[in-house]
Design a protein around this ligand. Structure first.
Ligand code: ZN
Length: 267
């Protein structure tokens, strides 16, 4: 049941007595991987975002210092994916359901005595939900530290391995996601079906972009027929292994930092 997570780091394998007796519980890092079940073009399976979250976390936990207590919760496979729902196979929770789920998992973790809770989200359509739930949990429990993090934001070399166009416009099921899937679940990647499809360019002078500082809200079918937004044809397993290693190392650093992190003492 633990998939890529080292069994000794998989929270549901503990007994309640072990949870109760755990030392230094306020600094133990509890990590909730959050994915999505949504279309990722003709060449990738629906599970991509969940697979990336658990694949990266598993690799990070394998090399994390043994004396840093950190545990993975079961992956939350469903996310908020309604921007993809015109493509069959996509399964989406509403904003309200996903928010409530994160809040209720977080409250259960808090009630068990933990004070550091990480949302490790791999789906680009829901960082805002993570941020708002994290803030609400901290407002409700002032000594609860909740970290709403995006898998790809940790220090890593991915952008250096992509073309400049892919680095800025590859948003979904492109080179990075296809390559890392070739490293995590290669048997599920149908590279012969990979395509390149970029969104229509905006005029140079327009301040509005599909993503970025001044965006417009879109659904995938507005800007892509295949479901791919980017170039999947340049993906390779070699690149994917380097990306996986690098993002996982970034997560090792982040988990160490979270373990050490403290709120300023009220004066
Ligand atoms: Zn994705």
């Amino acid at each position: 049941m633990h998939s890529f997570i080292p069994p000794a780091r998989f929270f549901p394998y503990l007994t309640w007595n072990e949870v109760q007796a755990m030392p230094d519980k306020e600094n133990v890092v509890i990590i909730q991987p959050v994915g999505a079940i949504e279309q990722h073009g003709p060449h990738l399976p629906l599970i991509v975002d969940a697979a990336i979250a658990v694949g990266v976390l598993g690799k990070a936990l394998e090399s994390l210092d043994a004396d840093i207590p950190a545990y993975a919760l079961p992956t939350l496979y469903y996310g908020k994916s309604n921007e993809h729902w015109h493509f069959p196979g996509t399964i989406t929770l509403s904003t309200e359901t996903l928010t409530a789920t994160i809040m209720e998992v977080g409250e259960s973790i808090y009630r068990a005595g933990f004070r550091k809770f990480v949302l490790m989200n791999a789906h680009g359509g829901q960082p805002q939900v993570m941020q708002m739930a994290a803030r609400d949990l901290h407002v409700k429990y002032s000594d609860f530290l909740v970290f709403p993090l995006f898998v790809w934001r940790v220090p890593n070399i991915t952008k250096d391995l992509l073309t400049p166009k892919e680095a800025t416009q590859g948003m979904h099921a492109g080179d990075a996601e296809t390559s890392i899937m070739l490293a995590i679940l290669p048997e599920l990647v149908q590279l012969d079906k990979a395509v390149a499809e970029y969104p229509p360019e905006q005029t140079e002078s327009s301040l509005i972009s599909w993503e970025g500082k001044l965006p417009v809200s879109w659904v995938t079918r507005d800007i892509s027929k295949s479901g791919v937004i980017g170039d999947a044809t340049t993906a390779s397993q070699e690149k994917g292994s380097r990306i996986l290693e690098s993002v996982a190392n970034g997560w090792v650093q982040v988990i160490r930092d979270i373990y050490a992190f403290q709120l300023p003492q009220p004066s």
